[in-house]
Design a protein around this ligand. Structure first.
Ligand code: ZN
Length: 167
């Protein structure tokens, strides 16, 4: 009776051990799979195209990237008006920037296409372009968080702004 009991315990132990090792090997397979898929989920580079026309609107008001990604952003001016009257740029602002204050300062910087020289509020920006033109910039996504982007051409910030999420 005692022997049988020990046997039963041993058998139970063996079963448990076997079962847990089976579980373990299953989860290892899952780990391997998710690791293998990871490079596809977090691309090193992300390409973004944003269009703006004579209607003074970006076609994207939300952009999402991942921390450390290389962002290749193209701004297309799909309108016909020249940059002197309907110029657009894409300007990414540092966190904590008071957008209306910065826009007021930027609209005075006509000589430098409405980007004040040495502005610490600007992380990166495209050129100011007119109808039919485009500009592409490449930059590293900043630290995780929420940023704002605007067009600094005088009077455009009210219509041309959006949120840039770094996840
Ligand atoms: Zn604009």
């Amino acid at each position: 009776m005692r022997k049988l009991g020990l046997f039963a315990i041993a058998a139970l132990f063996a079963f448990t051990a076997c079962n847990s090792s089976a579980e373990k090997s299953e989860s290892t397979t899952e780990d391997t799979l998710s690791k293998a898929a990871a490079p596809e989920l977090v691309e090193k580079e992300i390409s973004i195209t944003i269009n703006a026309g004579d209607d003074m609107m970006y076609d994207l008001t939300e952009i999402k990237v991942k921390e450390g990604q290389t962002v290749k952003l193209t701004l297309n001016h799909t309108g016909k008006l020249p940059k002197e009257s309907m110029g657009h740029n894409w300007t990414l602002l540092a966190q904590g920037t008071i957008v209306s204050d910065f826009a007021a300062k930027a609209m005075l910087a006509k000589d430098s296409d409405y980007i004040p020289a040495g502005a610490t509020e600007v992380i990166v920006h495209t050129k100011l372009i007119g109808g039919g033109q485009s500009d592409t910039i490449e930059f590293s996504a900043p630290a995780k968080g929420l940023y704002e982007f605007i067009c600094t051409f005088p009077g455009h910030v009210g219509m041309m702004k959006g949120t840039f999420y770094v996840e």
